[in-house]
Design a protein around this ligand. Structure first.
Ligand code: SAM
Length: 362
């Protein structure tokens, strides 16, 4: 059951989600800020801004990422607007006064924010309608859609957001509540809205494993149909229970790659299953990149291929690996084992970043 109180205890799975969020935004703001003069961080299901022992909620995490980026000298001349939407009056008021307190104690750091009372759907629809009337696109936006259950997020709205080419969505897909309540009549309509049609109902007669895989595949397909070029997902677990899955939908492989890096940081085993700080386990020898090597061999065959084409493939959602795992951790190893031949510009050695290297798989 979702909490009824204004604040509630932070659980392990929320820590895992925040770990990935923080890590992603720490990369997103500087990258997007280097070629845009306006950025939007929209937290559609913002919560009260903190948990009952003062742990930061997603609005505070987002603002702290902006602040860190500004202090490090990024975001020069960039207007970052943060919009927090919360439909519970008590939590809205708590968030509003928390934001005022932060400004009083810590200053504004040139960061603008708005706290809005009401539903994500209403506020986001108003904003998108306004932009449509003005014939304008949304500024590059990171939109977080993080409800407690299945109500309040609808595929039609996600489609409108993703219709803006530089927008991305991070969506909590509440797998456990969906599994528990999917056969109750009152959940039919919210689930139809979440998936954008009634096709999810095919899972009702399936075994649990088949149903899980069907629903996750369907949600991914629906996001792709809504215009997401790349969709990355990771599971959030509490002990041995899969509680929800976070979907990340973006139009750019840079965003996709950055999100994969953030997920690997939270789960260094590469299992895409994040368990909060308590569940972080050391991986002594680093990631096993052999599956990536096999995937690259299958995909590119033995045609000579520019390294940047391989890099673009690795950054996309076609693989679970990220760009930082390609040159030294995969290609250098394959070359040592004579599994690739490498054609370099004269005088060049190793796999320095940049162009000019051609790879041929043996
Ligand atoms: C899972 S909590 C958000 C946690 C927060 N994103 C974080 O990570 O710290 C979901 C919040 O959304 C609010 N909420 C529920 N339905 C909503 C809606 N339709 N629009 C906006 N907020 C909603 C709830 O009151 C609750 O505070």
């Amino acid at each position: 059951m979702p909490p009824r109180t204004t604040l509630w205890p932070q659980d392990e799975q929320t820590q895992g989600k925040h770990l990935v969020l923080r890590s992603y935004l720490d990369g997103w703001f500087p990258i997007l800020g280097s070629w845009n003069n306006r950025l939007l961080f929209i937290d559609g299901f913002a919560g009260p801004g903190e948990y009952d022992h003062g742990e930061p909620g997603s609005p505070v995490i987002g603002l702290d990422c902006v602040k860190r980026c500004k202090i490090a000298g990024g975001l020069e001349g960039v207007e970052v607007v943060s919009v927090f939407i919360e439909s519970d009056k008590g939590r809205f008021k708590h968030l509003e006064s928390l934001m005022k307190k932060r400004e009083r104690e810590d200053g504004k750091h040139g960061i603008e924010h708005q706290v809005l009372y009401g539903s994500f759907d209403d506020h986001m629809t108003l904003l998108l309608d306004y932009l449509d009337q003005q014939n304008q696109n949304l500024a590059p936006a990171f939109v977080m859609i993080d409800p407690f259950g299945v109500k309040g997020s609808r595929m039609g709205l996600i489609e409108r957001i993703l219709g803006n080419p530089r927008s991305e969505c991070m969506i909590s897909f509440m797998y456990e509540p969906i599994r528990r309540f999917q056969s109750r009549p009152e959940f039919e309509q919210p689930l139809d809205q979440l998936f954008g049609d009634t096709s999810w109902r095919e899972c009702l007669n399936m075994e649990e494993k088949a149903s899980k895989s069907f629903l996750h595949g369907l949600f991914r397909k629906r996001l792709k149909a809504c215009g997401a070029k790349h969709v990355v997902l990771f599971e959030v677990w509490r002990e041995n229970r899969h509680i929800y899955t976070i979907y990340f939908a973006t139009g750019h492989e840079k965003g996709c790659d950055l999100m994969k890096q953030a997920i690997w940081k939270a789960d260094p085993s590469g299992g895409y299953a994040v368990r909060g700080y308590a569940g972080r386990h050391g991986v002594l020898f680093g990631a096993d990149t052999e599956p990536l090597a096999k995937q690259l061999r299958d995909h590119f065959g033995n045609a000579p291929t520019p390294i940047e084409d391989i890099e673009q493939f690795v950054m996309s959602d076609a693989t679970v690996f990220h760009k930082g795992q390609l040159r030294q951790k995969t290609l250098a190893r394959l070359e040592r084992k004579a599994r690739i031949s490498v054609h370099r510009p004269q005088g060049s050695r190793g796999f320095p970043s940049g162009r000019g290297i051609t790879i041929q798989f043996c």
